[in-house]
Each structure stands twice: as structure tokens, then as C-alpha cells.
Ligand binder design. Structure first.
Ligand SMILES: Cc1cc2nc3c(=O)[nH]c(=O)nc-3n(C[C@H](O)[C@H](O)[C@H](O)COP(=O)(O)OP(=O)(O)OC[C@H]3O[C@@H](n4cnc5c(N)ncnc54)[C@H](O)[C@@H]3O)c2cc1C
Ligand code: SF4
Ligand code: SF4
Length: 487
């Protein structure tokens, strides 16, 4: 079974990357120079003040221990599910009381030395000892459970939650607190990726408020979910900003999203690791969709998760659709699909969704760019354009692969080319020395073309779409002529 929690980049700022040096300075250096522990006092004051306005923002963005867990230990962590014991309110409460009681007891003891030189060393050492304890316990939990296990019951986290509650009560937090915000839940793929990358192992996608905000006071505002959402709908924003975003988000292409029950009518192996699944709709019996849209396929109930797949079939009578799925190594969803999806099985779908790849047929010239499995929507799109080209006089498909044997649906595209003199089918291969056709990447083909007047639609892995957008901008293609989806 593939792992639910996936590793991703969490280091977005220099402080998050190198903050751990402060931890080691205090926790290790403090053993010889206890006064280093005094540096922790401004840290505690700062986190308390900040949390009053912005919840646990400190933990996700400035905490030196957090940097140790995320920057140094995460790459070698087991990254397992955090046992509910570490999240229990009893553990959190008991640990907070024990920690505070101990700290106060030590302060009282040291205060007897006030006025002497030893006082500052002893006071500093109180902080050094707690830093060392967090480094050791938090570090071990990081390695053997999950990097941010400690943060679930950290007394400083609890202190911030209390300060935040006060900030909310007074009303200041509302103005400054930037929570995880979804532009619209209509566009959410329910893929659970935000939960799978969350260091605190929270499930934002299941808990958005009516203002589309994730109201958790455990959330450390680290932006990891924001950076990883495949739908690109997440941001950190205040309540006021959330309302504005919600009002201004255009949901064209998503307005007909509905729950669909279907059965797997046909399974067609395309390659060893690629299968085409045809779903026949049961309820409702007819679902209209546009070529270029995608559909969500449910992979499990608990937690509820779907995977997005471009519709690869041309819509003949709205009673069925096909998707073409590539099995990912260690892929959570594709392993479930490849193992459990059999002909006759009932499946739950949601959609249709998407507008980026719905071709504007009022345009005269269009270029379609596909990389790898990103070819799937174009199978439907090209068929549609050959049948109903609208205003189009010229449409080209540039299809890139690493090796020549990776192309799929090649015969179909060749046939479609023979059916329409408006359609040009161009293949490009990156690494195959025996390939006699165009060599390189899709970007190399585009660089050699005159793109004046073309609308460009792209689908493929993110590095491909990112590189292509960059090339197109350098070629002075205006942004409103570029449309893309990353598969
Ligand atoms: C609009 C849209 C359309 C799409 N259309 C298609 C389509 O037509 N066909 C298609 O095949 N796909 C398509 N996709 C991609 C699809 O939605 C899934 O993302 C894909 O099938 C992989 O799902 P998964 O759950 O198997 O992989 P995941 O488990 O989500 O893994 C994703 C990647 O992370 C890696 N990974 C897994 N575990 C770990 C770990 N522990 N640490 C680090 N990395 C890890 C995997 O190797 C994989 O490369 C589309 C996506 C979008 C957004
Ligand atoms: S919900 Fe998002 S911002 Fe909050 S802790 Fe999880 S990943 Fe970070
Ligand atoms: S990561 Fe997936 S589930 Fe989470 S908000 Fe984005 S699209 Fe929705």
C-alpha cells in the first residue's frame, strides 16, 4: 500500500531553511555558555504577541525547532501518521500544566540568586535545558513518527492557542489572522493533497467554513497546502480577503459539477502502465460535458478522496465517458484504481469540471501542446475539432515524449490528420537516439514556429507547462493566449 502522507518542499524562506542553527546554538552551545539561553526570552515574547493577532503563524514560519524538523530531519523522517495520542487534548493539557509548573518552580528557585553573576547563567540554563529537551524528544519523534509530531503538544503551541483565543475574543485576530482560504470549493478536486502534505496532518479540504476558510487554531499557517494544491485555489488570507476572493472567483466550467454514479463498462489496456476506463452513467443517465474538461473519480470513502482525470472520449450521446490513467510509482490513488477497478464495478464520479482546455472555436489558429500523459484531453479535443472546427482554419498538436515507444493513441491521431487538412500532428522525442523525427522538447518545436495569432492550449507535467509558459512569454505571446493544465 502506498503511503498516504507524501514528502514535499516545506522550506519557502531562508528563516525556515536555516532557523535550526538557532536551535543548535542554544541547545548545544548553551551547555557551555548558559547565557545563550537568554536569547529565548525575546523569542517567547514575540511568539506570544504574534499569536494574539495571527494564531500559530510563528510555528509555521519562524520557529527554530520547526526549521530543525522540516529542513534537517524531514528528508530522513519515516513520515508516518501521527498517533491520536499525541493530539489528545488530555496529553496537550497535562503536558502544558507540567511544563509550566516546572518552569515556574525553576524560576522561583533561580530568583533567589537575583543580583549575583550566577543568576543570569542559571536563568539562561533553564531555557537551554528546555531547548535541549525539545531538540531530543522532538527530534526523535520527527525521525521515527512524523516531523511535526512534537508541535501537536508543544507547550509553546498551547500558549499561542490561548493567546490567539484572547485575540479572537477581543476582535483583533479577525483583522490580521491569515487563514488557509479556498477561492471556491466548486473547483476543489477533493484530492486530499492538502491533507497529505500538511505537517500537522490536518484535513483543510474537509473543513472549509461558509467563508471558505479553514478555521483550525492548530494550523501553523505554513503554506505547504497552498503551495501544493493542484487546483491552485488556496491562499492565506484574512476573513475580509476571503469574502472578496469568493465574490471575485469566476467558476465558469465548474457550474455543472454534480455527483454521478456510473459503472465501469470497459477496461482497455493501452500500455503496461496505462489503462483506459470507460464509465457508463447510471444516475443521472445523461451527463453533458465539453471536450477538454475533466472528471473526478472517487478512490476511497474515508477520508473521502477523488482523483482528477481529463476526459479522453469524444462526447457522442452524453451517456458515457472515458479516462486514460497512467499508474504512478508509489501513487496512492492509481494503485487503488489499478488494483480495484474491474468491469461492472460501480464508481462514483463528480464533474464535469474545467475550462482551461475547452477550445475557443471562434479563434482561427490553435496550437495544442501535450507532454506525456497530458495527451489524454487532446484525444477528445482533436476528434471534436476535426468534426466541428467552427472558425478554425489551422490547428496543430505538438506531442512530446521522452522515448518514441511512450506515444499513445498515435494511430488515432494519424487517422485524424488524414481526415482533416486543417490538422497538423507533430511528434517530438527528447532522449531517443534512434528517433528519426523531431528531437528535443515541445518548447524546442515552439521556438522554431511563428506563433503570431495562435491560441495555445497545453497539458502535461508541471515542469513542462512551466517551461513552456516561460518560452512563450519570451516569444512575446500574450498571457491571454496561453491556457494550460498540469496533469
Ligand atoms: C486536471 C487534471 C487532470 C488530470 N488528468 C490526468 C489524466 O488524464 N491521466 C492521468 O494519468 N493523470 C491525470 N491527472 C493526474 C491525476 O489526478 C493524479 O494526480 C495521478 O493519477 C496520480 O495520482 P496518485 O494518487 O496515484 O499519486 P500520488 O500518490 O498523489 O503521488 C503523486 C506523485 O507523488 C509521488 N509520491 C508518492 N508517494 C510519495 C512520497 N511518500 N513522498 C514523495 N513523493 C511521493 C508519486 O511517485 C507521484 O509521482 C490529472 C490531474 C489534474 C489536476
Ligand atoms: S493546513 Fe496548510 S497551512 Fe495549516 S498547517 Fe496544514 S499545511 Fe500548513
Ligand atoms: S489540495 Fe486538493 S483537496 Fe485540497 S483544496 Fe486543493 S484541490 Fe481541494
Amino acid at each position: 500500500m502506498s503511503a498516504f502522507y507524501i514528502k514535499t518542499n516545506r522550506i519557502f524562506t531562508p528563516i525556515r531553511k536555516y532557523g535550526w542553527t538557532f536551535t543548535l546554538l542554544v541547545a548545544i552551545g548553551g551547555i557551555w555558555f548558559p547565557k545563550l539561553g537568554l536569547l529565548v526570552i525575546p523569542v517567547i515574547v514575540s511568539l506570544l504577541l504574534l499569536s494574539f493577532f495571527k494564531g500559530r503563524y510563528w510555528c509555521g514560519n519562524f520557529c527554530a525547532h520547526g526549521s530543525l524538523f522540516d529542513s534537517l530531519l524531514y528528508p530522513i523522517s519515516q513520515n508516518r501518521k501521527i498517533p491520536s495520542f499525541f493530539k489528545s487534548k488530555y496529553l496537550i493539557g497535562a503536558f502544558f500544566i507540567w511544563f509550566s509548573f516546572n518552569l515556574i518552580r525553576k524560576f522561583i528557585k533561580v530568583s533567589a540568586l537575583f543580583g549575583s553573576m550566577a543568576f543570569w547563567d542559571k536563568l539562561g540554563f533553564i531555557f537551554v535545558a528546555s531547548y535541549l529537551m525539545v531538540t531530543i524528544i522532538g527530534g526523535l519523534l520527527s525521525l521515527f513518527v512524523s516531523p511535526r509530531t512534537w508541535c501537536n503538544f508543544c507547550p509553546m503551541g498551547s500558549l499561542q492557542r490561548l493567546s490567539y483565543k484572547l485575540g479572537k475574543l477581543i476582535g483583533v485576530a479577525k483583522k490580521f489572522d491569515e487563514k488557509v482560504t479556498a477561492a471556491t470549493t466548486e473547483m476543489c478536486h477533493t484530492c486530499g493533497k492538502c491533507a497529505r502534505v500538511c505537517p500537522m496532518q490536518l484535513t483543510p479540504y474537509q473543513e472549509f467554513s461558509d467563508k471558505n476558510q479553514f478555521d483550525s487554531d492548530i494550523c501553523i499557517r505554513c503554506s505547504t497546502c497552498v503551495e501544493n494544491c493542484p487546483a491552485g485555489i488556496l491562499s492565506l488570507g484574512t476573513e475580509e480577503e476571503a469574502i472578496k476572493i469568493k465574490e471575485n472567483t469566476d467558476i465558469t466550467g465548474y457550474e455543472n459539477r454534480q455527483k454521478i454514479t456510473a459503472v465501469i463498462e470497459k477496461i482497455t489496456p493501452i500500455k503496461d502502465d496505462i489503462i483506459e476506463y470507460t464509465f457508463k452513467f447510471r444516475s443521472p443517465e445523461k451527463v453533458d460535458y465539453n471536450e477538454g474538461q475533466f472528471i473526478l473519480v472517487k478512490i476511497q470513502d474515508e477520508p473521502e478522496m477523488y482523483r482528477a482525470y481529463s476526459i479522453s472520449s469524444y462526447n457522442t450521446d452524453s451517456t458515457r465517458l472515458s479516462v486514460t490513467i497512467k499508474k504512478m510509482e508509489n501513487g496512492y490513488g492509481t494503485n487503488i484504481i489499478f488494483d480495484q477497478f474491474k468491469e461492472g464495478k460501480k464508481v462514483e464520479l463528480e464533474g464535469p469540471m474545467g475550462k482551461e482546455l475547452v477550445i475557443d472555436k471562434s479563434a482561427e489558429k490553435v496550437i495544442l501542446v501535450a507532454g506525456g500523459i497530458g495527451i489524454t484531453p487532446f484525444k477528445a479535443i482533436v476528434k471534436d475539432l476535426v468534426k466541428h472546427s467552427g472558425n478554425l482554419k489551422d490547428f496543430k498538436l505538438i506531442y512530446g515524449a521522452n522515448y518514441a515507444n511512450e506515444f499513445i493513441y498515435d494511430d488515432e491521431f494519424k487517422k485524424l490528420q488524414s481526415e482533416s487538412d486543417k490538422f497538423d500532428y507533430i511528434k517530438v522525442v527528447a532522449f531517443d537516439e534512434n528517433w528519426k523525427g523531431k528531437k528535443g522538447f515541445v518548447t524546442d518545436v515552439m521556438k522554431d514556429m511563428n506563433l503570431q495569432g495562435y491560441k495555445i492550449y497545453m497539458c502535461g507535467p508541471k515542469p513542462m507547462t512551466d517551461a513552456s509558459v516561460k518560452v512563450l512569454k519570451n516569444m512575446n505571446v500574450s498571457e491571454d493566449k496561453i491556457y494550460y493544465e498540469s496533469a
